[in-house]
Design a protein around this ligand. Structure first.
Ligand SMILES: Nc1ncnc2c1ncn2[C@@H]1O[C@H](COP(=O)(O)OP(=O)(O)OP(=O)(O)O)[C@@H](O)[C@H]1O
Length: 286
């Protein structure tokens, strides 16, 4: 049967079963496909396994069954394979304090590139570039433990970006950021996306997902539903078990009795929703 054109897959989980010793499995037979260049939001209730799935995808956690396929090749567990995988995929943890350990910002951001065996000039150039891109050049010489939480989050992101990964996995990157910090982060992600980076973001923020994501994957029970945000974020059978509310755009359209939005041209910003409501009202009155 003829299907849609298959996009290149950057990273994939197949039949993934994973958990922690002495506890019930967190993920059971989960499949996730991450197309190259996509913006994918990963959602689910607290404890549903978002971080666990990201850790498996990054190679940090070994699944009990199933496999991770990166750039078309099954991830092997040898040291060399995992080192190569970490150049391809970078995970930024939810809590920067689980990620940052060097004395100052430059040392921390340099750590990955130094481990890649890059020369001092190349390391310095990468560090300078990512600090500038994230607007934190002024923090360069500061001790990490003197920084605010939001600043530490940006430094942790800088460390990942300095590795120039093809796939960036972000675990709740907006949690704890002020609105300006969120806007700056989204601008950075836009620039990365334009340069071809694939970005996966675990988040509880349905409003943000509606605006930002090309696709959404929601952990429900031990399994996963993946699809279009307009489809999944309006579906009570997905939202309720994931502990989610529909985004404000969906609630407002519903409240006005307007038809549900669908597809990639869903109204994302307030002006888009207003325009849709106007069209609906005019059509209704005609
Ligand atoms: N290191 C660990 N050892 C044992 N159990 C763990 C460990 N890390 C997570 N878990 C358990 O695995 C389950 C899934 O946790 P995980 O952090 O993946 O969920 P999450 O969806 O990211 O949650 P949240 O939205 O709260 O960040 C939880 O029941 C948690 O208690």
């Amino acid at each position: 049967m003829a299907g849609p054109v298959t996009a290149e897959v950057a990273l994939e989980a197949r039949g993934l079963t994973a958990g922690y010793p002495g506890a019930p499995r967190v993920l059971r037979d989960v499949a996730l496909r991450i197309d190259r260049g996509v913006r994918l939001a990963l959602m689910g209730a607290n404890g549903s396994g978002k971080s666990t799935l990201l850790r498996c995808l990054s190679g940090a956690l070994r699944p009990d069954a199933g496999e991770i396929v990166a750039d078309g090749a099954v991830l092997r567990r040898g040291k060399r394979a995992l080192t190569g995988h970490r150049q391809y995929v970078q995970l930024v943890l939810q809590d920067p304090d689980d990620q940052l350990f060097a004395a100052d910002v430059v040392q921390d951001v340099s750590f990955g590139p130094v481990n890649l065996g890059l020369g001092p000039d190349e390391v310095a150039a990468r560090v300078e570039e990512v600090l500038a891109a994230l607007g934190i050049s002024a923090l360069a010489g500061r001790p990490v433990h003197h920084l605010s939480f939001g600043q530490r989050k940006r430094v942790a992101l800088a460390g990942a970006l300095a590795m120039r990964p093809a796939v960036l996995l972000l675990d709740e990157p907006t949690a704890g950021l002020d609105p300006r910090g969120v806007t700056a982060l989204l601008r950075t992600l836009d620039a990365l996306g334009a340069a071809g980076t694939t970005v996966v973001m675990a988040t509880h923020d349905a409003d943000l997902v509606w605006r930002w994501a090309d696709q959404v994957a929601v952990l429900v029970g031990h399994g996963l539903r993946q699809g279009d945000p307009a489809q999944l974020l309006g579906d009570p059978d997905v939202l309720a078990p994931a502990g989610l509310e529909p985004p404000w755009q969906v609630r407002l359209l519903r409240e006005a009795g307007a038809p549900p939005a669908s597809g990639a041209d869903r109204p994302r910003e307030p002006a888009d929703v207003l325009a849709r409501l106007r069209v609906f009202a005019t059509g209704d009155g005609a």
